[in-house]
Design a protein around this ligand. Structure first.
Ligand SMILES: *Cc1c(COP(=O)(O)O)cnc(C)c1O
Length: 338
C-alpha cells in the first residue's frame, strides 16, 4: 500500500466514474456536436450564473485563455507573488499574452483591496496599462488557504472603479466552497471569469472549465484553438466531470478533516518547527533546522509514504479522494513514531 500525499492530482478514476465515461454519448466537439460536453458546459455555466462555459484540457490553458481574453500585449496583471499563473504556468502570461505581472506581497497567496489600489499603474502612456486582477482560491502555494469573501467584494469595487477585469483561478474553488460554506453563485456574481478544475480533489483524469458572460467568452473558443486545445469526442472526459460534480463535492470535508488531524499530529512532533494553519486539504510544514529535509522525505518513502518538498524548507502533504481511512490511520500512527 502506497500512501501518496504528493498532490490531490494523483487520484485515479473510480470504477463508477469509468463506467459513466464508457457509456457517455459523444460527438465531434469541433462541430460542437458532443452532447455530453455540451451538457457539462451548460451545467457549469448555470452553477455560476454565467452565460457561457468552455471545457479545457488543463487548468493552465483555462487561466491562460482568461488572461488572453482580458488583456492586450504590454498590459499588466495584478496577482500575488505566490500565484499559480506566475509561478507554475511556464511563463505563459508573457508567452501567450505578452503581459507582465505586478506581484503583490500578500499573505499565503492572498492580498487586500488596498494593496491592489496601490499596485494599479497611473494613467500615463509610459506606464504599462493595468487591465486585470487575478485571485486564486484556495491558494496552492499558500497551503490551501481560503479568501475572506468580504475582501473579494472590496476587490470587485476597486476593479469597477478602475475599469479592470477580475479573474478567479478556482482550480480548488470546490474546497473553499465546502470549507467556508459558500456558493458558486456568489462567486459568479463577482468575477468576470472563473476557471475550475475537475482533476484536483474531485478525482477526474482530465478537465477544467472556464466560465464568463458572452461578451468575454465568445472569443474563448478561438483562443483555445490557437493554444491547441480543441478536442473531438471530449464527452468521455465531460462525463467524468458531470459524475464528480454529482458525487464528490460534499465529501471534500472528509479530506479537510483528515488534513486537520495530520496538522495536529505534526504540531506535536519535536522535529517540526511550524505547520501552516490547515484550512482545506493542503498541509505545509517546516522541520527544525537541525533535521535534514531530504532524509525525512526518504524515511517516509522507505515506509511507502510519499510527500514533496516545495523549496525554501517547506514540505507539503495533500489529502484527496484516494487517501482512504486505512491509509490515514496508518499515516498518523507512523508519524507519531518519528
Ligand atoms: C493545478 C492548478 C492549476 C491548473 O493546473 P493544470 O495542471 O494545468 O490543470 C491552476 N491553478 C492552481 C491554483 C492549481 O493548483
Amino acid at each position: 500500500m502506497i500512501i501518496d500525499l504528493r498532490s490531490d492530482t494523483v487520484t485515479k478514476p473510480s470504477k463508477e466514474m469509468l463506467k459513466t465515461m464508457m457509456n457517455a454519448e459523444v460527438g465531434d466537439d469541433v462541430f460542437r456536436e458532443d452532447t455530453t460536453l455540451n451538457k457539462l458546459e451548460k451545467m457549469v455555466a448555470e452553477m455560476f450564473g454565467k452565460e457561457a462555459a468552455l471545457f479545457f484540457p488543463s487548468g493552465t490553458m483555462a487561466n491562460q485563455t482568461a488572461i488572453k481574453l482580458q488583456t492586450q500585449p504590454g498590459d499588466q496583471v495584478i496577482c500575488d507573488k505566490y500565484a499559480h499563473i506566475y509561478n507554475y504556468e511556464s511563463g505563459g502570461v508573457s508567452f501567450n499574452s505578452g503581459v507582465s505581472c505586478n506581484l503583490i506581497d500578500g499573505q499565503r497567496g492572498m492580498f487586500t483591496a488596498n494593496q491592489v489600489e496601490k499596485a494599479i499603474n497611473p494613467d500615463a502612456y509610459y506606464y504599462s496599462k493595468t487591465s486585470l486582477v487575478e485571485v486564486e482560491n484556495t491558494t496552492n502555494k499558500g497551503g490551501g488557504a481560503c479568501w475572506d469573501f468580504d475582501e473579494i467584494l472590496k476587490l470587485r469595487k476597486v476593479c469597477n472603479k478602475n475599469n479592470l477585469s477580475f479573474h478567479l483561478d478556482g482550480a480548488r474553488l470546490w474546497n473553499a466552497l465546502v470549507a467556508k460554506n459558500e456558493t458558486t453563485e456568489q462567486y459568479g456574481k463577482v468575477f468576470d471569469t472563473i476557471s475550475v478544475c475537475f482533476s484536483k480533489g474531485l478525482g477526474c483524469p482530465v478537465g477544467s472549465v472556464l466560465v464568463g458572460n458572452h461578451k468575454i467568452m465568445d472569443e474563448a473558443i478561438r483562443i483555445r484553438k490557437i493554444f491547441g486545445g480543441n478536442m473531438r469526442q471530449a464527452g468521455y472526459l465531460a462525463a467524468a466531470a458531470i459524475y464528480t460534480l454529482d458525487h464528490n463535492i460534499d465529501r471534500l470535508s472528509e479530506d479537510h478533516r483528515k488534513a486537520k488531524e495530520i496538522e495536529s499530529v505534526l504540531n506535536k512532533l519535536s522535529i517540526v518547527k511550524h505547520v501552516q494553519p490547515v484550512e482545506t486539504n493542503i498541509i505545509i510544514f517546516e522541520l527544525n533546522p537541525d533535521v535534514n529535509e531530504q532524509q525525512f522525505i526518504e524515511k517516509l518513502r522507505a515506509n511507502n509514504i510519499l510527500i514533496i518538498g516545495m523549496g525554501g524548507g517547506k514540505l507539503r502533504m495533500v489529502t484527496h479522494l484516494d487517501y482512504t481511512d486505512t491509509m490515514h490511520k496508518k499515516l498518523l500512527n507512523f508519524i507519531k513514531t518519528i
